[in-house]
Design a binder for this molecule. Structure first.
Ligand code: ZN
Length: 165
């Protein structure tokens, strides 16, 4: 399909809560291809639909393709299942929509997610490590949140100034 331009913060489309995909939507297959093409072209490990201007609840991740062991995953209508591990850890994250400004983000170390596969089957799994980090970052995008929104006010102001400069 095609590599599409990635929206840069503070594009207002990055602050919207995205709509669910309706089962059987014919636009899905092309969108998934575009997301992977655009993510790999940008040298990223995850990309959410709103980052290419499509306000729908789908994201893709591949946390290991840079190590030559591709692991492409698609998450349609994902949601967090509460009640899992609540250990919070801090890791540095980067966002393709906020290039050049890595920043520390606190998140649960592991998460449980439910979603639909591209052939509309329900699926659920627990994630930890880099994958847990990545799916939480991308899920945030579907809810109009970016990594700036995880920063305390003072640090956010400094990071925003760094980004603007
Ligand atoms: Zn991002």
């Amino acid at each position: 399909m095609s590599v599409r331009p990635i929206l840069l913060w503070p594009d207002p489309r990055l602050t919207q809560v995205c709509d669910p995909f309706v089962s059987g939507d014919p636009a899905l297959a092309g969108l998934i291809e575009d997301l992977f093409d655009s993510m790999y072209a940008a040298n990223g490990r995850g990309l959410a639909a709103p980052q290419i201007g499509v306000l729908r609840r789908v994201f893709v991740v591949d946390v290991s393709w840079k190590e030559a062991t591709p692991d492409p995953r698609v998450f349609i209508n994902p949601r967090l299942v509460q009640g899992g591990d609540t250990d919070i850890c801090t890791m540095e994250e980067q966002c393709l929509s906020i290039p050049g400004v890595p920043m520390p983000v606190d998140r649960p170390q592991s998460v449980q997610l439910q979603w639909e596969t591209p052939d509309w089957q329900p699926k659920g799994l627990s994630f930890d490590g880099v994958l847990a980090r990545c799916v939480q970052h991308e899920l945030d995008h579907l809810n109009g949140r970016v990594i700036f929104d995880h920063q305390p006010p003072e640090r956010r102001a400094t990071l925003e100034a760094q980004y603007a400069g």
